[in-house]
Ligand binder design. Structure first.
Ligand code: PSU
Ligand code: MN
Length: 305
C-alpha cells in the first residue's frame, strides 16, 4: 500500500500524535461546483476545519498516487481542470493508480483512501444514493455500498432530491448503515432542512456522535455512518423553486440519455444553472456547515481515544 498512498506531512504528523483529522472529497471540487467557486470553497472548508481544531486532508489521486492532503496548487489544478479530471469511485481506483493518472474521488473512494490513511471522519456536501427511477435504471451510487463496509463517518447535508430519498434510506437500512440527524428528527434534503423522512437517530451534540462512532468501531461493527446536518435556515432554498429545477434537470437527463457516472454531475450543474446560481450559494454554505460539525466531532472523537 505504501507504494500507492501518499499522506501529506501535516496530516501524517497529526495522525501519529492522535490529533483530529477530517477527510474531504475532490469530486465535489471537480464535478460538483464550477470554477472558481469550487477552489474558493475547498480552501474555505480547509480553513474552517483548522479553526475548529482539526487538520484537513483533501483526498484525490494525483499522478497515480492516492493522496491524503493536497497542496494549494493541487487544489487549484483540480478546480481548473473540472470535469476533465476522471471521476473516480471504488471501481476506478486501480486503473488510475496503475496508469499514473489523476482522479477526483467521490464519497466512496474518499472513504477508501481515508481509511487506508487512518482517518475516520469525513465532511462533504451530499452523498450519492438511489436515483429516482432506479427500479428500471438500477442507478444506485457506489457510495451506499461503501458506507456498509468502510469505517468512515460521513458528515453531509442529507441527500438531494435528484435522488429518491426514501429508497436511499431503505437501502442504507438494509445494509446496516445508521443515519443520524444532527439536532433534527428529520433527514435533511440538502438544499432544505427537512425531507419528510425520519432519521434513524437524533443526536444533539458532537460528544454523543463521537461516543456512538467509538462504540460501533470498538465492537468491530463494520461500516460507516451518515451524519445528516441540516442546512442552516437562512441559507435554505425555497422548496418550490428547487423542486422545479430538479424536475426540469431530471427530464433533460432522460431526454439526453445520460447514464452512469455522468448522471450526478449533469444534474448538479443543471440545477445550479436553472436556479441562477442560488443553489450554488446554498451548496457552499452547507458544505462549510458540515466541515465545522465534522471538525468538532473529530476533536471529540480524539479525546475519547
Ligand atoms: N452530491 C452532491 N454533490 C456532489 C456529489 C453528490 O450534492 O459533488 C458527488 C459526490 O462525489 C458523490 C458522487 O460521491 O457525486 C456520487 O456520484 P454517483 O451518483 O455517480 O455515485
Ligand atoms: Mn450512479
Amino acid at each position: 500500500m505504501k507504494n500507492y498512498l501518499e499522506i501529506h506531512s501535516e496530516v501524517n504528523n497529526a495522525l501519529a500524535e492522535g490529533k483530529p483529522v477530517v477527510a474531504l472529497e475532490s469530486t465535489i471540487i471537480s464535478h460538483g461546483m464550477p470554477y472558481p467557486q469550487n477552489v474558493e470553497t475547498a480552501k474555505k472548508v480547509e480553513d474552517i476545519i483548522r479553526k475548529n481544531g482539526a487538520v484537513p486532508a483533501t483526498i484525490a489521486i494525483i499522478g497515480g498516487k492516492l493522496k491524503a492532503g493536497l497542496s494549494s496548487d493541487e487544489l487549484d489544478y483540480l478546480g481548473k481542470a473540472g470535469q476533465e479530471v476522471t471521476k473516480v469511485s471504488r471501481r476506478d481506483i486501480p486503473f488510475i493508480a496503475a496508469a499514473g493518472k489523476d482522479g477526483a474521488t467521490t464519497v466512496a473512494s474518499t472513504m477508501i483512501i481515508a481509511s487506508m490513511a487512518g482517518i475516520k471522519i469525513f465532511a462533504t456536501g451530499g452523498i450519492g444514493g438511489v436515483h429516482r427511477g432506479a427500479e428500471s435504471t438500477f442507478d444506485i451510487s457506489a457510495d451506499l455500498q461503501e458506507l456498509s463496509k468502510t469505517n468512515v463517518a460521513v458528515f453531509c447535508a442529507g441527500a438531494k432530491s435528484i435522488l429518491d430519498i426514501g429508497l436511499t434510506l431503505e437501502y442504507l437500512e438494509t445494509n446496516g448503515v445508521p443515519v443520524i440527524g444532527y439536532g433534527t428528527d428529520d433527514v435533511p434534503a440538502f438544499y432544505t432542512p427537512k425531507s419528510g423522512f425520519k432519521a434513524d437517530y437524533r443526536l444533539d451534540s458532537t460528544d454523543e456522535i463521537a461516543s456512538v462512532l467509538k462504540a460501533k468501531w470498538d465492537m468491530d461493527l463494520k461500516g460507516g455512518a451518515v451524519i445528516a446536518n441540516p442546512i442552516p435556515e437562512e441559507f435554505a432554498m425555497d422548496d418550490e423553486i428547487i423542486n422545479e429545477a430538479i424536475n426540469t434537470a431530471l427530464t433533460e437527463l432522460q431526454e439526453n440519455g445520460i447514464k452512469g457516472k455522468e448522471s450526478t454531475p449533469f444534474l448538479l450543474a443543471r440545477v445550479s444553472e436553472l436556479t441562477g446560481g442560488d443553489s450554488l450559494a446554498s451548496n457552499i454554505q452547507l458544505v462549510l456547515n458540515n466541515a465545522e460539525l465534522a471538525a468538532k466531532t473529530a476533536v471529540a472523537y480524539s479525546r475519547l481515544k
